[in-house]
Write a protein that binds this ligand. Structure first.
Ligand SMILES: [Zn+2]
Length: 234
């Protein structure tokens, strides 16, 4: 059976070769999503243990976020940008999960080791229906696999659909997203007291979406909130 399925895979690959998300070259059998070269040259941020790192600097003020980090540096035309594009617009859910695992392995020891639940930034139900999946939830699943803590999609919801953020400055983005998330009605704030939540998004640009999501927990006493993304703009 195994032999038959690998023969079938070989046959399928002859006509539909799997291509590297970073550079577009044909992948070898043991490569997944990225070729060895692209994988080894990913611009990893490596700021997980640095307090006051560039991700945290995006998140100053407003709701208090304990620690924040990212897996990669986001730049135009870079491998991270292509990865995010695949995840967001081409249904690459397994890629999202795999990148989430890569991040999770880096967060197992240190400031993020005390996280006890992972909260993907929710999409508005309309957007979710259109896209079919929440990319942040798939990243969260990869993180969950490595950190051994659950993904909680039952805590917070997006109550307002926002227009695209790309042309707005940081201040405009914040007023655009403030109040767009709220705790679900079924959540008892008391149950979250003393917990350490890790809010997960695909990309951090100004940090306003993450802060808006964190703000949904502002009525929970003694809750610790951290944040992580696959890529972040410096
Ligand atoms: Zn490549």
């Amino acid at each position: 059976m195994i032999r038959w399925s690998s023969a079938l895979n070989g046959f399928v690959e002859l006509f539909y070769p799997r291509l590297c998300v970073g550079c577009g070259r044909k992948l070898f059998h043991d490569e997944r999503f990225l070729c060895v070269e692209c994988l080894s040259s990913l611009p990893l941020a490596q700021v997980h243990e640095s307090a006051d790192n560039f991700v945290e600097q995006h998140l100053y003020g407003r709701p208090y976020i304990e620690s924040a980090t990212t897996l990669m540096m986001y730049e135009k035309e870079s491998a991270p940008q292509k990865i995010i594009h695949e995840i967001k617009y081409h249904g690459a859910k397994e890629l999202a999960k795999s990148m989430g695992s890569m991040l999770g392995r880096e967060l197992r020891n240190g400031r993020f080791a005390s996280v006890d639940m992972i909260v993907p930034v929710p999409l508005h139900p309309k957007r979710l229906k259109w896209r079919g999946y929440n990319q942040s939830e798939w990243i969260a699943m990869g993180l969950s696999r490595e950190l051994g803590v659950p993904v909680r999609t039952d805590l917070v919801e997006r109550v307002v659909e926002t227009s695209t953020q790309t042309t707005k400055n940081a201040e405009e983005r914040w007023s655009n997203v403030k109040g767009i998330f709220s705790l679900k009605q079924t959540v008892q704030p008391r149950d979250l007291e003393g917990r350490h939540l890790l809010i997960v998004d695909d990309v951090i640009t100004t940090g306003s979406t993450l802060m808006a999501c964190a703000a949904a927990f502002s009525h929970v006493n003694n809750v610790k909130i951290s944040a992580a993304s696959l890529a972040a703009v410096n």
